[in-house]
Design a protein around this ligand. Structure first.
Ligand code: BTN
Length: 272
């Protein structure tokens, strides 16, 4: 996908001071500390204070949210914690997985600039390097009638964190993988530019291209892997993603469709 957006603003100081910048229709608000950038976005929406393409970024979250009601734990000032708010009125509710694909791809491409390792997307939107999760995306939609009124796209990238709690054995960071530290604002800048570009692709309805790109970077696509299904270890191969974002997995001679919590991938390191 072509890179049209080039944010000319200098965001170097942004992450370490409370700031409010508007550039090319994008509003960037940064905080030293928040409970959660996604929750802050919701508050601003409720106060009618938030426009399309607003980005909220924090140095630290006290109550970061992960998928399935989990917590997102990240050491202060060492990681990228942000939410991008779009108002994708052009997208039908049954097309919302395309937004997930577009943003996952934007994150993947951004991270790819900072590592020589292959960056994978684990369905639906985990960012994987060397079989470890270095980032995650939590998309919360606010729907009115049949329309997506607001999409709050929360992104957490583990950048300079060296140690993770024992409870997160599969977490890693760019620092651990590349053995050097990174400037968080560089990653922020790259990620935001890519997200805006891919959002434009979505607006242009380049659905087939987005999906093909997503499948090309999807961990386990066209490859037999181990999964946990109803407490049983099975072998399956991802054949496709349906329009609702469900995983189409070939198990023996049949293709099954799985929702978010229906199946668990067993990482390759554990496949040995
Ligand atoms: C996941 O569980 O994989 C999704 C993690 C998403 C974390 C980010 S950090 C910034 C934003 N604010 C939150 O509270 N969560 C998301």
């Amino acid at each position: 996908m072509s890179g049209k957006f080039n944010l000319t603003v200098k965001v170097q100081k942004l992450l370490f001071s409370i700031n409010h910048i508007k550039v090319k229709g994008v509003t960037i608000i940064s905080y030293k500390q928040l409970d959660s950038t996604n929750e802050k976005a919701k508050m601003l929406i409720a106060e009618k204070m938030l426009k399309d393409k607003t980005v909220i970024v924090a140095d630290e979250q006290l109550a970061g949210k992960g998928q399935y009601g989990s917590k997102w734990i990240a050491e202060p000032r060492k990681n990228l914690l942000m939410s991008i708010v779009f108002r994708p009125g052009f997208l039908r509710i049954d097309q919302q997985f395309f937004l997930n694909m577009a943003i996952s791809l934007a994150c993947r491409k951004a991270i790819n600039n900072f590592t020589s390792e292959k960056v994978w997307i684990k369905w639906p939107n985990d960012l994987i390097l060397q079989h470890k999760k270095i980032g995650g995306i939590l998309i919360e939609q606010m729907i009115t009638g049949q329309k997506i009124d607001y999409s709050i796209i929360g992104i957490g990238i583990n950048v300079n964190q060296q140690n993770f709690p024992d409870a997160l054995p599969r977490a890693s960071s760019l620092l651990i993988i590349e053995n050097k530290s990174f400037l968080i604002h560089d990653i922020f800048h790259e990620l935001l530019s890519n997200s805006l570009n891919n959002y434009e692709q979505l607006q242009a309805q380049n659905y087939a291209e987005i999906k093909q790109d997503y499948l090309n970077h999807l961990l386990g696509f066209g490859k037999t892997q181990n999964y946990l299904w109803n407490d049983k270890r099975i072998k399956g191969m991802i054949e496709d993603i349906d329009n609702n974002g469900k995983l189409m997995l070939r198990i023996e001679d049949k293709v099954h469709s799985f929702g978010l919590k229906d199946i668990e991938w067993i990482p390759e390191s554990k496949n040995l």
